[in-house]
Design a binder for this molecule. Structure first.
Ligand code: 13P
Ligand code: SF4
Length: 301
């Protein structure tokens, strides 16, 4: 079957929009109407006038789209495509922490469940975390769930902040030896990383940023070669944007198992059968939306 043609046909027939994260397989990125990092995709989900959103990414991203557009039907093509980090903080533990620390503001990484967002004051993504959190300086804070991005922010802005112990199993595994080896192998390359890597890795990088900022960075840098310290999917867009530059993935382990579960066939089936619909209970949606709206407010002002 020609999945690309069929996806195109069903998309028109059903008035659907396909969103895809940069970590998706290249062929899935290529059929998306909108491609982006988690912040950009959430903005599109909030604004779209399409009735059906097919979200090629992981569960928390599709769930965020549903929170932002509750009247739309949101589909995640592969039901069990999750983000292990998002499961590393849960409602029960967070409620307990809040009871013990009633004056703390909870800053929640968008890689989290709707239930956790609903208990938080504001969400952040790796694109806007610095801007948002700097506006909370001076207050007592808790950051959930990513210890690496949390530690990076705490260190950079000297915050009075507890940091949860979650991590991304893909980025957290990057180690110094791999970086030293790659720098020796490619002495003219710049080493760029996602802030979900450990702080000691971020500190030896030439640039740290969200998926989108890394893509923008390689376009504007004078350098011709880059060692990539984030998920391999982004290299597809880097090569399209800069066909004459060279990109070396730091290690083949930089592949997110869950992001790679979605194939063209799954996108086709999602559109055809409209299964794997994301639902969020109304009281959770209302409170989670407040944390996301606060995020947009502090990002855009
Ligand atoms: P971005 O916010 O950079 O899209 O990152 C999302 C993610 O899951 C990174 O591992
Ligand atoms: Fe989650 Fe890490 Fe995969 Fe991003 S790369 S979706 S944080 S497991």
């Amino acid at each position: 079957m020609d999945y690309i043609k069929e996806i195109e046909r069903l998309k028109k027939e059903k008035n659907a929009v396909i969103l895809a994260h940069y970590y998706q397989h290249p062929e899935v990125q290529d059929i998306a109407d909108y491609l982006g990092d988690s912040l950009a995709l959430s903005r599109i989900a909030a604004k779209t006038d399409k009735e059906l959103i097919v979200f090629c990414g992981v569960h928390f991203m599709a769930e965020t789209a549903k929170i932002l557009s509750p009247s739309k039907k949101v589909l995640l093509p592969v039901k069990n495509a999750g983000c292990p980090m998002a499961e590393m903080v849960n409602e029960t533990k967070l409620k307990l922490y809040k009871e013990e620390h009633p004056d703390v503001k909870v800053i929640c990484y968008v890689n989290s469940t709707a239930r956790v967002k609903a208990l938080s004051d504001v969400c952040v993504t790796s694109s806007n975390a610095e801007k948002v959190i700097s506006q909370y300086k001076g207050q007592k804070l808790l950051y959930v769930p990513d210890k690496n991005l949390g530690t990076y922010l705490k260190d950079k802005f000297d915050l009075d902040m507890d940091v949860w112990k979650g991590f991304c199993c893909v980025h957290n595994d990057v180690n110094k030896e791999q970086v030293i080896e790659a720098k020796n192998k490619y002495p003219n390359a710049e080493f760029i990383v996602h802030p979900e890597c450990q702080l000691e890795i971020v500190k030896i990088s030439d640039f740290v940023g969200s998926t989108k900022s890394l893509l923008e960075y390689v376009q504007k840098s004078d350098c011709e070669e880059f060692i990539i310290g984030t998920e391999k999917g982004i290299i597809h867009q880097m090569k399209l944007a800069c066909p004459n530059k060279k990109f070396y993935l730091l290690t083949e382990n930089l592949a997110c198992y869950d992001m790679k579960l979605t194939h063209l066939e799954d996108v086709y089936n999602a559109l055809l059968n409209e299964e794997s619909e994301i639902t969020v209970e109304e009281h959770i949606q209302i409170n989670a939306l407040k944390a996301l709206e606060n995020m947009f407010y502090y990002t855009d002002r």
